[in-house]
Write a new protein. Structure first.
Length: 565
């Protein structure tokens, strides 16, 4: 017995020493500041099921990013960033109160009508207080009025025509016309049972799986579902998707995430065949037909080889799909991220600004099972990942779902907001949403904010590359879907380490234009304007001049004919 005690003590001492060494190597540190910042949120599930999401966007173009959080059965929140480290909830006065009638799920933003202000798209699965069979409700679109209020444009944009059980939404410019389109994930086509009984047995009946929506934006006036026209025919238990240029050809492809992939439909990778009006299914040949419970796919070039990689969350083991050019391979085991859990949101980000991408993963049990499990924070060192969540204050045991990254206090580094669910059953620890302030020991940084001229005004779908120290670092501007039912900041962030100047910044816009800026000083927000502008022929004023000219010429011809009689 004494030997066992001695061995145990010795092992404890070794682990303690390793812990001290790891702490010394770890540069990232975070502090929970939601209460200090004025954020009070908890997502409430409907019958113990899905949600929820968060969206980061600059509501009033004041340079400080704001937050919308879906509430599910609870209260949605619209937090206005006051610029002093705190937020004010302006939901009641914002014109968004119609969402209180719905069980809200996911959210994303884009300048849908190109007026310079960012609009909100909110997905739903039913109306509150109504026990309806699926499909249950329409999704919601709100146009930004520019004065901290919104106008409900759901009916005007044709969204009332689609009654569905929707989960995630993502924006991307599929046809390169400058107007953001959207992909919507739908979970059920038909289901009448209680949602707290969803399990493998109820899922076996694959006839309940649903088509998604591919909503093409017609000139900022209306969305039209062209799912079939673009060659899409899949059904699945959809958690949405993310627009991403996986093949580096300059157009936006689509990665679709499906729950219960081993029972029904796997993940799909859809190659955009622009200028053809068509997507091609390439998941099998590329090794991306993941037959898992895919909740989301985070996007990032983890090894700086110029090819985008995808971390897909799952029940049991997450998959780290590394882009090899012609196909993808799961390297989660060799990279150090293969840990047993139930994961939802995920975010690649250089949190410590040392020049490589770290990885946050939001974990949480199925509700109402509710076994506590903590989140992961994988710090990258020499191309491998180590979970240091417990060392840096990120090992929250709440029921995690969506997560987003942004610089809420404009100090240069990236902070993180995590959506937590309220437990349906008893739960041993508090489970509320958290805002994590990044207090890391950090290197230099550069943020790049885009202003689209022809492209979407926030630059959604653009690729930003920073060249420094003989390496190229790339970021895609997030249109939503790169974390569970959520959208992170559209401002690209780069850690520069010890470098005080970037050799160059290159922006490849969805329009095909390329902007190059040489010798950029670190520790600033670089604003890049796209030179190519939307042609005036799309404006009603320009068209009216043509109409008047036509009428004038018609009148002259008529007068000439009449005078010759």
């Amino acid at each position: 017995m004494n030997k066992i005690i001695n061995y145990t003590a010795f092992a404890t001492l070794i682990l303690f020493c390793l812990n001290i060494e790891l702490q010394a190597q770890t540069k990232a540190r975070f502090m929970i500041v939601d209460s200090l910042a004025g954020i009070h949120h908890q997502f409430e599930v409907y019958e113990g099921f899905l949600g929820g999401g968060a969206c980061v966007f600059d509501l009033n173009n004041d340079g400080f990013e704001d937050i919308f959080l879906t509430g599910g059965m609870g209260i949605d929140r619209l937090y206005l960033n006051l610029g002093n480290g705190t937020f004010k909830d302006i939901y009641e006065s914002s014109g968004l109160k119609v969402t209180a009638k719905y069980v809200t799920q996911g959210v994303a933003s884009a300048d849908v009508n190109r007026d310079g202000f960012t609009d909100l798209f909110i997905t739903t699965n039913t109306r509150k207080g109504e026990k309806l069979t699926i499909p249950r409700a329409e999704n919601l679109l709100f146009l930004n009025n520019g004065d901290n209020t919104f106008t409900d444009a759901t009916k005007a944009f044709g969204l009332s025509d689609f009654m569905s059980f929707s989960t995630g939404v993502a924006f991307g410019d599929v046809n390169k016309d400058g107007y953001p389109d959207a992909y919507i994930g739908n979970y059920f086509y038909e289901y009448s049972g209680p949602l707290n009984e969803i399990n493998d047995q109820t899922i076996v009946n694959a006839s309940s799986v649903a088509h998604g929506y591919l909503l093409i934006n017609e000139g900022g006036k209306r969305f039209v579902n062209l799912y079939e026209k673009y060659g899409l025919n899949h059904k699945g238990f959809g958690f949405g998707g993310v627009f991403t240029d996986f093949d580096n050809d300059g157009d936006q492809d689509l990665l679709v995430n499906h729950d219960f992939g081993y029972k029904a439909t796997p993940n799909y990778l859809l190659q955009n065949m622009y200028p053809e009006t068509h997507f091609k299914y390439v998941e099998e040949e590329r090794g991306m037909d993941l037959r898992i419970n895919a909740m989301t796919s985070a996007v990032g070039d983890y090894n700086n080889d110029g090819l985008l990689d995808y971390f897909t969350t799952n029940i049991k083991f997450n998959q780290f799909m590394v882009n090899q050019g012609d196909r993808f391979n799961d390297l989660a085991d060799s990279l150090g991220t293969k840990l047993f859990t139930i994961s939802w949101g995920a975010n690649f980000c250089d949190f410590d600004q040392d020049g490589d991408l770290d990885l946050f993963v939001a974990n949480g049990d199925l509700n109402p099972n509710c076994t506590p499990m903590y989140n992961y924070f994988f710090e990258q060192t020499d191309g491998k990942y180590t979970d240091v969540a417990g060392l840096i204050g990120m090992n929250d045991y709440g029921i995690g779902r969506g997560s987003v990254i942004f610089d809420y206090d404009n100090d240069g580094d990236q902070d993180l907001l995590l959506v937590n669910q309220k437990s349906v059953s008893n739960y041993p620890v508090p489970s509320v949403s958290h805002l994590y302030r990044n207090d890391s020991t950090i290197g230099n940084w550069l943020k790049v904010k885009l202003k689209g001229g022809y492209s979407e005004t926030n630059g959604i779908g653009s690729r930003v590359s920073v060249f420094v120290g003989g390496k190229s670092h790339i970021r895609e501007i997030d249109g939503g879907g790169s974390s569970h039912l959520s959208q992170s900041s559209t401002i690209a962030h780069f850690g520069l380490g010890a470098f005080t100047t970037a050799d160059s910044v290159v922006v490849n816009w969805p329009s095909g234009e390329r902007t190059v800026i040489k010798s950029v000083t670190a520790n600033q927000t670089l604003v890049v304007q796209e030179e190519k502008q939307m042609e005036l022929k799309n404006s009603s004023g320009f068209k009216s001049w043509y109409v008047l000219l036509g009428l004038f010429l018609t009148g002259l011809v008529a007068y000439y004919i009449y005078s010759k009689r």
